[in-house]
Ligand binder design. Structure first.
Ligand code: S3P
Length: 444
């Protein structure tokens, strides 16, 4: 019997991106929508839910904990919330696949439950650092065991009562902030988190939408445990992190003109717009409005010649998932682009500094990896004919970034280990092909 184990992309050079479309729903917001809906009182109706493997892993977990969930069906999900204390013990370990957001946020949410839970993940997730959440949660009284390396599986043993904490995050991480805040819902007294730099605030916004009171002062956010969430209606915007690939593709391919509909432009996520504009990109945000407590806009991007820049360090947390795509833009820009202050990229779904530098070098681009960033000198993107295929290392964003490189390459680019594109962007290859990318997806 043959089973499909993976996907590869073959990119024929050239092409331009044109048309208008909506990329799938925001991954970060989809996770949070399921989590909060599950522990809310009453029903929550979600539209625009991301039907990608990561968000579906979160959804499956709550079914295993006894929550009645209809869908997803065309992005619609109906969750019958069980209230703060209504989750039931799962029969087995909870497998979160590739999803770091699920594991880190659920560690916080489950630390305050009255039953034990074990969280597992795939090979990539099982390599990612988890002490960044288990340490602050331990300060709250949580009992979470990791491997000796501080990685998953996470074995959570119930604690009599969590206590509030006042925690200063050592790294700018929305996942850690969210994990501590979710545990704080179950803690005695006040839980406060102070970030070193502003990170995505979807948890805080969504808690407010579910009627939970949050206090923010500058980089510090606090809540008091013991409250309740009320079910609601939520619309999830299109994911700016998925739109980013098309923003880069349209910027680098002459003749491109795209309109990306209803994209989330939360100020904590717009680093991609700011960085590409600083490089000379032609990006217009049209019809700004609010959807589901989040700012959105239609984003028009037309081709424009790009120049290399020193990426401002304050933009790094605001573009943290977009660097694989930004590196492709830098490779097509005139001159040098330098990124610093981005060591976090080394502990994403892959080591994105090393993996991107290797792939760019295979395409003949001068890319020098550094401990906390990279230096890229723009040039002519080549082909993988001589070097062998680029290895995406199972990292969805690396695969999609190199797919866009095909628009400016001198020959064919092959990319291997692309199946995880499904984690955040189901239907990517079809949508990209329909918009003008010369992409062929092959099952292997
Ligand atoms: C996320 C936060 C970021 C981001 C990830 C999603 C979230 O991770 O890279 O894709 O949903 O909170 P960190 O918190 O590790 O920076």
């Amino acid at each position: 019997m043959t089973t499909t184990t993976n996907l590869q992309y073959q990119m024929t050079p050239g092409g331009a991106l044109t048309g208008r479309w909506r990329v799938p729903g925001d991954k970060s917001i989809s996770h949070r929508a399921i989590m909060l809906a599950a522990i809310a009182e009453g029903e929550t109706r979600i539209s625009g839910f991301l039907e990608g493997a990561d968000a579906l892993a979160t959804l499956a977990v709550f079914r295993q904990l006894g929550v009645n969930i209809d869908g997803p069906d065309g992005g619609l999900v109906r969750v019958r919330g069980v209230g703060m204390r209504g989750l039931q013990a799962p029969a087995e370990a909870l497998d979160l696949g590739n999803s770091g957001t699920s594991m880190r946020l659920l560690a916080g949410l489950f630390a305050g439950q009255t039953f034990p839970v074990t969280l597992t993940g795939d090979v990539s997730l099982s390599r990612r650092p988890m002490r960044r959440v288990t340490e602050p949660l331990a300060l709250m009284g949580a009992q979470i065991a990791t491997t000796a390396d501080g990685t998953a599986p996470l074995v959570i043993t119930p604690t009599a009562q969590l206590k509030g904490v006042d925690y200063a995050l050592p790294v700018a991480s929305a996942q850690v902030k969210s994990s501590v805040l979710l545990a704080g819902l179950y803690a005695n007294g006040e839980t406060c988190v102070t970030e070193p730099a502003r990170t995505r605030d979807h948890t805080e916004r969504m808690l407010t939408t579910f009627g939970y009171s949050i206090r923010r002062q500058g980089l510090r956010v606090c809540l008091t445990g013991g409250g309740r969430l009320s079910g609601c209606r939520l619309t999830i915007p299109a994911d700016i992190s998925s739109a980013a690939f098309f923003m880069v593709g349209a910027s680098i391919a002459p003749g491109s003109d795209v309109l990306l509909e209803e994209v989330g432009i939360n100020p904590t996520r717009v680093g991609i717009v700011n960085i590409l504009r600083a490089m000379g990109a032609d990006i217009e945000l049209i019809d700004r409005r609010t959807v589901g407590g989040e700012p959105v806009a239609d984003i028009r991007v037309c081709y424009a010649p790009l120049k290399g820049i020193q990426i401002p360090v304050d933009q790094v947390p605001l573009a943290i998932d977009e660097f694989p795509a930004i590196f492709i833009a830098a490779a097509c820009a005139e001159g040098e682009t330098i990124l610093t202050g981005a060591a976090e990229l080394r502990v994403k779904e892959s080591d994105r500094i090393a993996v991107m530098a290797n792939g760019l070098a295979q395409l003949g681009i001068d890319a020098e990896p550094r401990p906390d960033g990279i230096r890229i000198i723009g040039g002519q993107l080549g082909s993988t004919a001589a070097t062998g295929a680029i290895d995406a290392h199972g990292d969805h964003r690396v695969a999609m970034a190199f797919a866009m490189a095909g628009l400016r390459a001198s020959g064919i680019i092959e990319i291997h280990d692309c199946a995880n594109v499904e984690t955040s962007f189901p239907g990517f290859a079809t949508l990209a092909a329909n918009s003008g990318l010369n992409i062929v997806e092959q099952r292997v």
